[in-house]
Write a protein that binds this ligand. Structure first.
Ligand code: FPP
Length: 224
């Protein structure tokens, strides 16, 4: 049975779900947050140590301002209302991405990371204003500036995922098969599952089924 240390998720399909059932994309994001809570619970139950959630990409700024503002408000309220509970559950929150938000959100994110920094049950990496191409170019720039030898060990020190093991499993919901500039380096050997359901309708049973399936795969890492 494959060990499972790190699950990464592209939570796609909020907008379509919201439009279909509530005539509002933002209602889909709100419903998507309920799925986030269910998945966190199941991740703990499955004793998985790292969960990385793609919440906002560097490309998502192209969306209408109303939707972008709604998403960040949702996140602010989530942190204000839930960070104590996450902390009590021994969950560590880490942000990956470029932390350039409103001063209120920047402060909230920094406080949340600081508060939960020593927690050990589960580490949630929230990818916010995250783009893999930016991350890779940034790492190359650091290597070249510091005149360091180009090798895997030195390179990964400059990634935003420093000290986080690569994902074993990537799940993308929403019936779309692409990586959308997410963890392009880190996913080199991950098992990838594309799920038809939209994120708000994805639940702990769907998640457990994927995990069960993942566990039965023979992972070769280039070997035979
Ligand atoms: C992609 O669906 C989803 C997002 C860009 C946002 C993800 C946000 C959440 C799940 C809720 C908030 C989470 C936190 C942690 C506060 P989409 O809008 O691209 O869907 P579509 O493909 O149907 O348009």
């Amino acid at each position: 049975m494959n060990p499972l240390n790190h699950v990464a998720i592209i939570m796609d399909g909020n907008g379509r779900w919201g439009l279909k059932y509530k005539n509002s994309r933002n209602a889909g994001h709100k419903a998507g947050l309920n799925t986030v809570e269910k998945i966190i619970k199941e991740t703990i139950k499955q004793k998985i140590k790292y969960l990385t959630l793609y919440a906002f990409s560097t490309e998502n700024w192209k969306r209408p301002k109303k939707e972008v503002n709604y998403l960040f408000n949702l996140l602010e309220n989530f942190l204000i209302n839930r960070i104590d509970e996450l902390h009590k559950k021994n969950i560590k929150l880490r942000i990956i991405g470029i932390k350039k938000f409103s001063s209120k959100l920047n402060t909230l994110l920094n406080l949340s990371e600081k508060k939960t920094a020593k927690n050990t049950k589960l580490q949630i990496n929230l990818a916010l204003n995250y783009g893999s191409k930016f991350e890779l170019i940034n790492a190359f720039k650091h290597l070249s500036k510091n005149k360091q030898k180009i090798n895997e060990k030195n390179f990964t020190k400059y990634l935003q995922t420093k000290n986080i093991p690569d994902p074993d499993l990537l799940i993308r919901t929403g019936n779309t098969k692409r990586l959308s500039n997410f963890l392009l380096w880190q996913l080199a050997y991950s098992e990838i599952f594309f799920e038809k359901k939209l994120w708000p309708e994805f639940n702990e049973n769907d998640y457990s089924k994927i995990i069960k399936n993942y566990r039965s795969i023979k992972r070769n890492f280039g070997n035979i």
